[in-house]
Design a binder for this molecule. Sequence first.
Ligand SMILES: Cc1ncc(COP(=O)(O)O)c(C=O)c1O
Length: 345
Amino acid sequence: MRIVDLRSDTITRPTPAMRRAMAEAEVGDDVFGEDPTINRLEEMAANRLGKEAGLFVASGTMGNLVCLLTHCGRGDEVLLGDASHTFLYEQGGSAGLGGIHPRPLGNQPDGTLELDHLEAAIRPDNIHFPRTRLIVLENTHNRCSGSPLTPDYMKDVGDIARRHGLRIHVDGARIFNAAAALGVTASHLASEADSVMFCLSKGLAAPVGSVVCGSRDFIKEARRTRKLVGGGMRQAGVIAAAGIVALTEMIDRLKDDHENARRLGEGIAETKGLSVDLPRIQTNMIYINITRSDLSSADLAHRLAREGVLVLPTGPRQLRAVTHRHITREDMDHAARVIRQAVKG
Ligand SMILES: Cc1ncc(COP(=O)(O)O)c(C=O)c1O
């Protein structure tokens, strides 16, 4: 049976070039700073993001945690979206491990935090309040249809942060998708951020890893924090090598994933029993809402899986489909047919 796996871009397998690079990687002990492949990846990543330095970490979750723990002390407050990955899906790690106080603000459907709301949430100096230290933004925003945050919005948040002496961390797990969708560079999108994390292991198809980028001083501290959380990885150049291929060969093709996502969206938009917000499909994610009252997302996902189309239920009546390098235009047409049929049946 033809399988079209749209559950996530994290299911991507390494390319042949990645496997070769991994086999041939020069390595050393990275805790001693002696892994040349990791050093190269960190430098390339920092250049791409327009920052002074980079730090290779095991995962996006570890990258976000390391950044929050590095920016904030115990009792400090972080302003972040109530639909953000950091707030919803990282086990509250910064609170659990760092005593950091999360203050969730309502995400707008496009992934932004409303600017007045954001500024109003910043605490004045008062003995009763935690100290607001950090704003966390997510770009692209996973739960908000994979929406990209624009440079103009970033600039507005940057102005607020400067006015109040706050720092900005960007969870840029898919920042290269945002850059591709907006036709700007990732460094432009990250220019207001004091730290930015991006993932090699999602649409860029590397098997493992994320990179944190920031100033030289920030990364020096973050390196200590990474060791604290057990993230010092020794000869991890064998995995960083795939990350180098990801950065050099896999960014330019992300626009194909975006076209495919749009194609699937268009293929199912008119389906009775479903609703898809087409203008919101700007990157590689399609959120499908079920309007038929007698069909749950679990039921529909099950019906689709029987036909080889795999999607992720993200709510009782919502499914998510994500495009990536193993998905073709023809897969999209096939998946759209299967979905239309399954909703009818
Ligand atoms: C926006 C966002 N941030 C962070 C992460 C965490 O990445 P990881 O799964 O590598 O820990 C994800 C994972 O899906 C994500 O979508």
